[in-house]
Ligand binder design. Structure first.
Ligand code: 13P
Length: 251
């Protein structure tokens, strides 16, 4: 079911104690404020189980930021989808541009990760997006389409409906340079059209498509007002409860 969603991606920030504090602060504030959207926080692996004990799962969903592309075994330092699930987390961010760029995650690997996440009952928050050179060369639609096709289009319609898409233009991440509401809507409509072409309009209409990249309380409302923008994936502004709440309040 298509939902409005505000999801935080803490990236590699916060000690365990700081993360627990932030989760508590959000839990207390949102309990009183009753958000009009689904709220998710994406914490480092080591925080997951503690944070899951603190938050009410109806109020705040908990997400990992990655999982391994193998089921289990001799992969030192890796964390499997099954392990993520066992912490109580319900979501996993996959294919973030930082993972693609720094850890060489390609569309084929992300296809495997998506399958493992779904097999273990996790909802993937699947990130796609072009780098600046690709946009300047007018290749952004083509790039985003191939990211979706190569990692997700093997899924059945029933499985595809479990996916959340996050469009994050790489040039807008952590740069303070947000996509304009028009640029966001244009790409989100293109993504939905691409999904409709494969799975039909009814399925495409059920998918939540989030925008990510320098989203903050001051620009969230105009971004989320677009018909195909169903919320945001928030980096920097998810690290402070007040900023994150300000974005949630845009709904
Ligand atoms: P910023 O909100 O810090 O630009 O990060 C966006 C992001 O990468 C979320 O996954």
């Amino acid at each position: 079911m298509r939902q409005n969603i505000v999801a935080g991606n803490w990236k590699m920030n916060k000690t365990l104690r700081e993360g627990v504090e932030l989760a508590k602060e959000l839990q207390n504030a949102l309990q009183a404020e009753k958000p009009n959207c689904r709220v998710i926080i994406g914490t480092p692996f080591i925080h997951l189980s503690e944070v899951c004990k603190i938050v009410d799962p109806e109020l705040i969903g908990v997400s990992a930021q990655n999982c391994a592309h193998h089921e289990s075994g001799a992969y030192t330092g890796e964390v499997s989808a099954e392990m993520v699930k066992s912490t109580g987390a319900g979501y996993v961010i996959l294919g973030h541009s930082e993972r693609r760029a720094y850890y060489h995650e390609d569309n084929a690997m992300l296809k495997t990760k998506t399958d493992l996440a779904l097999k273990n009952g996790l909802t993937p928050i699947f990130c796609i997006g072009e780098v600046l050179e690709e946009r300047e060369a007018n290749k952004h639609f083509e790039i985003v389409k191939s990211q979706i096709e190569e990692s997700l289009f093997h899924l059945s319609a029933d499985d595809f409906k479990k996916i959340v898409i996050a469009y994050e233009p790489v040039w807008a991440i952590g740069t303070g340079k947000t996509a304009t509401p028009e640029q966001a809507q244009e790409m989100h409509a293109f993504i939905r059209k691409t999904l409709a072409g494969k799975y039909g309009q009814e399925v495409a209409n059920e998918i939540s498509i989030l925008y990510g990249g320098s989203c903050k309380p001051s620009n969230a409302r105009e971004l989320f007002a677009n018909p195909d923008v169903d919320g945001g994936l928030i980096g920097g502004a998810s690290l402070k409860a007040d900023d994150f709440r300000g974005i949630i309040a845009a709904f």
